[in-house]
Design a protein around this ligand. Structure first.
Ligand code: HAM
Length: 436
């Protein structure tokens, strides 16, 4: 244990010892496979950005959580809390002349000064997949499908998680219809966003605090408690604006159903997303049991590229964190065991046997096998125990007779069976190259 407490790990940050890194890589590999399957290409950007990139564009919630400081050149900078502004900045500089739609993904590490709790840390990795340059609902459905498949690829199914989908334009149309004043819009969205966790009492109090009372508060409270699709359509059947705002979601659902992913999504009026830049369909993935924070959040943001100085391009995308997913995989018992360190363990006991041991190890490594051996002369029993400890499948034993006879004894460490065989038969084609 370090004696000086100041060397302790910062709260909300993680060490990745090999077992933890195996889980992280397992998640990243699945994400990358799925993104490539959908024709996305990977990009990255700097972890440190100008502070101004986040102020206003991302909204107050994320700005409060920034790790920001003045660098030695006096520039106001921030560790990236999300990837979307970086993507918008990169494309603002380069998208002209690029074939559209652009399908890019990234797996950045992000930093937010949040209160650490289960599923929420001060750093996390996030899969970001975005389609830029396509305004139609098919792009929203495609992005939602990538998010769903990125979770399915890890072995989770319809019983484990659900995508809750809504549309900011629909919420706005409803707020218009029930007479919520323009100046209360942003604050009202924040109350709706938190309604699921806050419960009806607090939601009503939050609306009252904004001066939204009477029938408007009543209507909103009802929608928040049971914002079912049918209820919405019945209640607003005479409002052309609300009915029109329901159309894109209808089409979104139809496309996902045609893909066979209909069971993974459902309408939820309380999903409005905390970030300021969303303009259309928004969605969040949650575990079905409702025990954890969101696995993923995303949606359409058609004005962000223009805001950071680029050509006006419609865009849709999501961010999926590694923390909640990791918890879910562990809870379900489908997190991978740490990969065994090696396949073959070469055993030599005396210095005279070492050259042949080195030849064998080198040839096997050239064949792509992972190989270990003791770095000092030791007895056979000790070395066999070392081989078992690192999970080796085979021990290749080189004693005095093997050196004289040009042979190797190969022991299967699971069954204990062993055969003494010629050097060439162990090394195969590689055996002939070892002397070079
Ligand atoms: P977000 O909702 O802020 O969206 O984050 C997306 C996901 O990242 C969350 O659902 C959660 O899984 C994970 N996440 C966020 N904060 C933390 C944290 N402190 N600890 C652990 N995991 C966390 C965005 O960031 C948008 N930029 C996503 C996006 C991309 N929208 C369009 N394109």
């Amino acid at each position: 244990m370090p004696s000086d407490k100041s060397f302790a790990k910062l709260p909300g940050f993680r060490d990745f010892v090999p077992a933890d890194l195996a889980l992280r890589n397992h998640i990243f590999d699945a994400w990358r496979r799925v993104c490539r399957r959908y024709g996305f290409t990977e990009y990255d950007g700097p972890p440190l950005e100008p502070l101004g990139l986040y102020v206003e564009k991302s909204g107050p919630e994320i700005v409060e959580q920034l790790y920001n400081f003045a660098d030695k050149g006096g520039r106001e900078v921030a560790l990236r809390p999300e990837m979307t502004p970086t993507l918008a900045r990169i494309l603002a500089e380069r998208s002209r002349g690029m074939a559209k739609p652009i399908r890019w993904f990234s797996v950045p590490q992000l930093f937010r000064y949040e209160r650490s709790q289960r599923g929420r840390l001060r750093e996390h990795f996030q899969l970001n997949a975005d389609i830029v340059g396509e305004a139609g609902v098919a792009a929203d459905a495609e992005i939602t499908a990538v998010a769903i498949d990125a979770v399915r690829e890890l072995g989770l199914g319809e019983d484990d998680f659900v995508a809750r989908v809504n549309d900011r334009r629909l919420v706005t149309a409803v707020l218009d219809e029930i007479g919520v004043a323009q100046r209360h819009r942003a604050a009202c969205l924040a109350v709706i966003d938190k309604a699921g966790r806050a419960g009806p009492e607090k939601t009503r109090a939050g609306l009252e605090a904004l001066g939204i009372g009477g029938s408007a508060a009543h209507a909103l409270a009802e929608l928040v408690a049971d914002g079912s699709w049918r209820q919405l359509r019945d209640r607003f059947r005479s409002s052309g604006a609300v009915l029109a705002a329901m159309q894109p979601l209808e089409e979104h659902r139809e496309i996902l159903e045609a893909m066979g992913l209909g069971g993974y999504q459902r309408f939820d009026f309380t999903v409005v997303r905390g970030l300021a830049y969303y303009t259309g369909i928004v969605f969040e993935l949650f575990d079905r049991a409702g025990e954890l924070r969101a696995i993923c959040g995303g949606g359409r943001y058609d004005r962000l590229l223009e805001l950071v100085g680029g050509e006006p391009l419609p865009a849709v995308g999501f961010g999926m964190g590694d923390v909640v997913l990791g918890e879910l995989l562990k809870d379900r018992g489908i997190a991978p065991a740490a990969a065994p360190a090696c396949q073959d363990y070469v055993i030599w006991m005396e210095p005279a046997q070492r050259p042949l041991g080195m030849r064998v190890a080198r040839a096997l490594r050239r064949e792509g096998r992972s190989v270990l051996y003791g770095l000092r002369a030791q007895g056979m029993g000790k070395q066999l125990r070392s081989a078992a400890r690192v999970g080796a499948g085979r021990a290749l034993i080189i004693g005095p007779e093997e050196v004289t006879g040009g042979t190797v004894t190969v022991r299967d460490l699971e069954s204990g069976r062993q055969v003494t065989t010629s050097l060439e038969s162990v090394l195969g084609g590689a055996g002939h190259r070892t002397g070079r």
